[in-house]
Write a protein that binds this ligand. Structure first.
Ligand SMILES: [Zn+2]
Ligand SMILES: [Zn+2]
Length: 217
C-alpha cells in the first residue's frame, strides 16, 4: 500500500499498489500553473517559477481514509484535460487525472508537493513537454537531464519513443481493485457534485509569465 498525505496531514489517501507504473518529469504549463496557484493561495513563494515536476503514476485503485472534505478539484488552465486534486487545508498538490493521455487506469501523483510513503523506487522514464519552459529558463531546467527528453507531448508527436509504449502497457494492465478501494473518477465526481470545481477568481500570476489563467469553469 502507498500512503499519501497532504503537507499538514489532514488529508490521507491510500493506494492499493506500491509499484509505480512509470515516472516522468513534466515541464508543462499546466503542472507549473497549479503549483503557482497553490503557492499564491497559501502565501508561499514559488521559486523557480518554472521547473520540471517529478511525477509517479500508480494504478487507479485508491481510497480516502481521512479528511475527504479537504480534497478538491481544479481545472487550472483554459480547456485543460487535467483534473487536479489539491488539499485545501494546506494547498498541497496531490493528484492528476488525465483521460486523454493516461486513460482511466492510471493516476498521477505530484510526489514533491505532498507526502508519499511506501512506494518502490522508480527510475525516471523521460522528461516531457519541454516546449512549455520559457526560453530563459530552458538551460536551468531542461539541459541538466540526461535521460529521454521530449520537447512536445503526445498530442503533437505521432510516435513518442520510450514514453508511449510505457503508457500503453500500463493502460492495458489488468488489475483487480481490492475491497474498499475505488476509482479516482468516483472521488472526483463525488467532490465536484458536493463542492463544485475550485473557482479561480481573484488569482493573478504575480507577473510571472506565461501562466494562463482559467475562467471559473
Ligand atoms: Zn505536466
Ligand atoms: Zn493539508
Amino acid at each position: 500500500m502507498t500512503i499519501i498525505t497532504c503537507d499538514c496531514g489532514e488529508l490521507e489517501v491510500h493506494f492499493a499498489t506500491t509499484k509505480p507504473l512509470f515516472r516522468l518529469i513534466c515541464c508543462c504549463n499546466d503542472c507549473n500553473a497549479v503549483l503557482h496557484w497553490a503557492a499564491w493561495k497559501s502565501g508561499r513563494t514559488f521559486y523557480p517559477a518554472f521547473q520540471g515536476i517529478d511525477k509517479i503514476y500508480l494504478q487507479n485503485s485508491l481510497k480516502i481514509v481521512k479528511g475527504e472534505e479537504n480534497l478538491r478539484w481544479v481545472k487550472i488552465t483554459p480547456g485543460t484535460l487535467c483534473l487536479r486534486g489539491v488539499a485545501t487545508c494546506c494547498y498541497s498538490s496531490l493528484f492528476v487525472e488525465n483521460l486523454s493521455i493516461l486513460g482511466p487506469k492510471i493516476v498521477c501523483v505530484d510526489v514533491d508537493f505532498c507526502k508519499v510513503k511506501g512506494t518502490e523506487t522508480s527510475e525516471v522514464t523521460a522528461q516531457i513537454f519541454e516546449k512549455d519552459i520559457p526560453g530563459n529558463r530552458k538551460r536551468a531546467v531542461c539541459d541538466g537531464f540526461s535521460g529521454a527528453r521530449f520537447e512536445k507531448g503526445p498530442e503533437d508527436t505521432p510516435m513518442w519513443p520510450d514514453v508511449i509504449p510505457t503508457i500503453t502497457k500500463a493502460q492495458s494492465n489488468e488489475f483487480i481493485i481490492p475491497d474498499g478501494f475505488g476509482s479516482i473518477r468516483d472521488i472526483i465526481e463525488k467532490s465536484v457534485n458536493k463542492h463544485d470545481w475550485i473557482h479561480l477568481e481573484g488569482y493573478n500570476d504575480n507577473g510571472s509569465p506565461p501562466i494562463i489563467l482559467a475562467g471559473s469553469t
